[in-house]
Design a binder for this molecule. Structure first.
Ligand SMILES: Cc1cc2nc3c(=O)[nH]c(=O)nc-3n(C[C@H](O)[C@H](O)[C@H](O)COP(=O)(O)OP(=O)(O)OC[C@H]3O[C@@H](n4cnc5c(N)ncnc54)[C@H](O)[C@@H]3O)c2cc1C
Length: 489
């Protein structure tokens, strides 16, 4: 079934890339290096997407052994051939960054809230993790933000190649011919249709569905889910690909953590308590995990626990409970990550956010409980039990390690309401090892490719830095293979 081939094309090019984030830039650079004329369409007024507001973490692997780790994380959701190709290409990530003029520096694995020693991998209990190396793009010192450095490197390369990038130009649908080949994109520019012919192929790199309420409701394991990233990621690639018969995979997989959502901001705030003096509690004022061990991207396993009797999610919302010493330690939201970083500067001692009512305050734990509408006696008992554990060096409930146990005992006391918030979604059109989008029966849709978090390979659990790393890997694979297609004309 062809989708309304226009009588006249407004732009003609070899490869159309839809979405100008890390995957789109990588695909465009690679396709251009392979001799294709490339046009990039970006919906927002500027590029960068989630990539530019991310932590900027990247990875490479040093051995095919890493495939055992990825296989364990994917838990059967991703085929062996895709994983092998992914790992093989992951070995080249660092060299590729150098090839396009970047310098690299090592980075550590991030902990969500806790300042202790950084683990080497998200799940070091699984086999094969050792052959992963994490890194970021280095300097200049005038640009301390790693994600911004990554984006400057990628977009600088796109500009140097004189690749046409059209901002504020959302793709609306894919255009196919009578042979079901994807031959172009119908986009919108200044309220008018813009038809862009792709002589060789189209690459979808338009990110996830963090800001699409329907897709989140239908596929994610709990609700509500807010998001930290680019509001332009509304799942357009999922819908466009579905419309021409693509299969979907990994739609329930997320990279997510607890964050704060202020009604006046579309994106949520990342919350990191750089201290041990805190616990998380739920609406029953009970702790629900060893706070120091929650894997930074995997909150959905805890927030999707549903209480069928009371018919509500047990741990949504949650609250971080902390004291005056913790409050003075550092801003709860770091100013160098997430979409809000350029919109709001969190106060260094959190006083402005107390003033705004984002953080609740009580002279006693009982008063704090009343402020956040949880049971007073229950919260008093939870904090007292935790503090006893700190005194004894033993957390009887969750086994939080001795060195992470510091009492919450310096009044006044504070709480911030936390919700599951997406770092990103992983689902989207199914992709094969060559970056081709597959239809619902597993056959490639001719001339359609994808890369990045739209239909990511991470089908179950996720390794930090895995998404930016994947954008480079499948950006290169899709860019190369799209450029190698022969023109359909
Ligand atoms: C706060 C935060 C921290 C993170 N930290 C890390 C990290 O340290 N390491 C890591 O590996 N991953 C991290 N991630 C995840 C990672 O950043 C993303 O998964 C990755 O950037 C995805 O790249 P992408 O190119 O696929 O999508 P994006 O970079 O989001 O780019 C997609 C682009 O497509 C555009 N678009 C959407 N729809 C259309 C349309 N219809 N037409 C045209 N354009 C469209 C969007 O506006 C966007 O610019 C983080 C994410 C966030 C939000």
């Amino acid at each position: 079934m062809s989708i309304s081939v226009p009588e006249k094309w407004d732009i003609e090019t070899d490869v159309v890339v839809v979405g100008y984030g890390g995957a789109g830039a990588t695909a465009a650079i690679t396709a251009s290096n392979c001799g294709a004329q490339v046009t990039v369409l970006e919906k927002m007024p500027s590029g960068g997407g989630n990539t530019r507001v991310s932590g900027g973490g990247l990875f490479k692997t040093t051995s095919m052994e890493w495939r055992r780790y990825v296989e364990a994380l994917c838990f059967g959701a991703t085929g062996t051939d895709v994983i092998e190709e992914f790992v093989r290409n992951a070995m080249e990530n660092k060299d590729w960054i150098k090839e396009i003029g970047g310098e690299v520096e090592p980075t550590l694995h991030l902990q969500v809230s806790y300042p202790g020693p950084a683990p080497k991998a998200s799940f070091p209990q699984l086999p094969g993790w050792e052959s992963m190396e994490k890194f970021g793009v280095k300097g200049p010192d005038t640009e301390p933000n790693k994600a911004e450095r990554l984006w400057k490197l990628l977009s600088g390369n796109v500009e140097r190649r004189a690749i046409r990038v059209m901002m504020s130009t959302p793709a609306r649908r894919l255009i196919t011919n009578e042979k079901d080949e994807v031959i172009g994109v119908a986009a919108e520019k200044d309220g008018r249709d813009l038809f862009v012919k792709a002589r060789r192929a189209v690459i979808l790199t338009c990110g996830g569905f963090e800001f699409n309420d329907d897709l989140k409701r239908d596929f994610l394991p709990c609700k509500p889910f807010f998001a930290f990233g680019n509001p332009g990621n509304t799942g357009d690639g999922v819908r466009m690909a579905q419309k021409i018969g693509a299969g979907l995979w990994h739609m329930t997989a997320t990279s997510a953590q607890l964050g704060f959502k202020a009604p006046e901001y579309e994106s949520a705030f990342i919350i990191r308590l750089f201290t041990e003096r805190f616990i998380y509690v739920n609406r029953d004022a009970r702790r629900f995990a060893d706070e120091a061990k929650i894997e930074v991207h995997s909150i959905a396993w805890l927030t999707s626990i549903f209480d069928g009797q009371r018919f509500r999610y047990l741990n949504i919302p949650a609250y971080a409970i902390f004291d005056e010493t913790a409050r003075r330690k550092a801003p709860l939201s770091p100013g160098n990550i997430g979409f809000n970083q350029n919109l709001y500067k969190w106060s260094s001692d959190n006083s402005a956010e107390i003033g705004k009512g984002w953080i609740s305050k009580g002279k006693t734990i009982a008063e704090l409980a009343r402020k956040i509408s949880v049971d007073e006696a229950a919260l008093e008992k939870t904090v007292a039990d935790y503090n006893d554990g700190c005194k004894n060096g033993r957390d009887g409930e969750f086994g939080r390690s001795r060195e992470t146990l510091t009492a919450i005992d310096a009044p006044p006391y504070y709480a911030i309401e936390l919700w599951p918030c997406l770092i990103n979604t992983q689902g989207g059109p199914t992709r094969d090892k060559d970056g081709r989008v597959l239809d619902a029966e597993g056959s490639p849709i001719p001339r359609l490719y994808s890369a990045g978090e739209l239909g990511s390979i991470w089908g179950f659990a996720y390794q930090g830095s895995g998404n930016n790393g994947e954008s480079l890997i499948f950006g290169r694979i899709a860019g190369r293979n799209a450029a190698a297609e022969r023109s359909w004309e």
